[in-house]
Ligand binder design. Structure first.
Ligand code: SF4
Ligand code: SF4
Length: 342
């Protein structure tokens, strides 16, 4: 059965929207470009990147390269993420390598999923562009030398530079941020006509339902193209199959609230087992987002091509797209089958 090739926004209505998250604070430009190229060719509906203008340009270059290679491709939406307050997705780690005891066996380096920590060459310590703030190094440092700092570029500055390339927005918020959310939304509303969807990313909280109902009322004044991104266990999908339980639990909970607007899209802990487990539980979200797990799958091919364009290595590109497509199809085909056999 061929992979369904709907327009990205139709994919939401058909319950087979797949988004790939490059990372709200991830700035390794060659990797962003090649990741976007790979997953655009694999049929992803949306690519979510940092609002940093260089990251947006890199992602856009990847999408353009995909379109050149496959002219009939439905272009995925290019989404940028912003936050209305402190948020773990918008931070980076730092430490001074000279302070590390010579006897330390460097667990920080071993746990880093993006190889952002190095002890040879320059800079020593964290290579900031490669760090996306997962915090795993902070947790394992026996000397507690690693701290984090916030990374929140001014959205208006970035949109002024790259706004026309951006076709979707995501706002990370949390219960209690009512005023900050409204203030940010008012600032960003002028760009609304060019966004096909607005995604709201939230984590679980006892007051989440009433907060989402409040946000729905605010957003409905301007748009009904809303996605609720349910972030089950942030930035954890590559850690193991078990992380998917939190993603499924939160997604199902929000779906069952039947909010007055919005599609529900899982994130935070999604990986190779998520689509199958959802199907075995007999329900379906409108979409799913894969972050670290999606990157981990194709990383070997992206690494082998260095910092150049992946399409300059046709075999690597084919291999990367094949693996990426398997992931995208896991969700798309499951729901394509259920829709068409109903
Ligand atoms: S482990 Fe996570 S937070 Fe630490 S350097 Fe690597 S990406 Fe950054
Ligand atoms: S774990 Fe901590 S002390 Fe050890 S090398 Fe890493 S930052 Fe330095």
């Amino acid at each position: 059965m061929p992979t369904p090739m709907n327009h990205p926004v139709e994919s939401l209505a058909q319950h087979h929207w797949v988004k790939i998250i490059c990372g709200a604070s991830y700035h390794d430009l060659p990797t962003i470009r090649n990741l976007c190229l790979t997953y655009a060719l694999a049929g992803a509906d949306c690519l979510d990147v940092s609002i940093d203008s260089a990251a947006v340009r890199a992602a856009y270059a990847g999408v353009v390269a995909a379109k050149n290679l496959q002219p009939n491709l439905h272009l995925p939406l290019l989404m940028v993420s912003v936050a209305d307050g402190a948020d773990s997705h918008f931070r980076k780690a730092t430490f001074t390598a000279a302070d590390c005891p010579s006897t330390c066996f460097r667990p920080c380096q071993a746990v880093c999923p993006t190889e952002a920590i190095q002890f040879q060459g320059l800079p020593l310590g964290v290579m900031a562009p490669n760090c996306y703030g997962c915090g795993r190094c902070v947790a394992v440092c026996p000397s507690q030398l690693i701290t984090t700092y916030g990374v929140r570029p001014d959205p208006e500055d970035s949109l002024a530079l790259v706004g026309p390339m951006v076709t979707a927005l995501e706002i990370h918020t949390q219960v209690g941020n009512d005023a900050a959310f409204c203030e940010l939304w008012q600032r960003l509303r002028p760009w609304l006509p060019q966004w096909r969807v607005v995604s709201i990313s939230v984590t679980d909280d006892p007051q989440l339902e009433s907060y989402l109902r409040f946000l729905a009322a605010v957003l409905l004044q301007d748009t009904d193209a809303v996605i609720w991104q349910t972030d089950g266990r942030s930035m954890s999908g590559d850690l193991g199959d078990g992380t998917t339980h939190a993603a499924l639990r939160l997604g199902k909970k929000v779906l069952d609230w039947h909010l007055p607007v919005g599609a529900v899209q899982l994130a935070g802990g999604t990986n190779r087992v998520t689509a199958a487990k959802m199907r075995s539980q007999g329900w379906s979200s409108h979409g799913i987002a894969y972050g670290g797990y999606a990157r981990t799958l194709v990383e070997p091919f992206l690494k082998d091509c260095g910092s150049g364009p992946l399409e300059a290595h046709p075999l690597l590109l084919r291999q990367a797209v094949s693996i990426a497509r398997d992931l995208v199809d896991q969700f798309k085909k499951v729901h394509f089958k259920s829709v068409h056999s109903a």
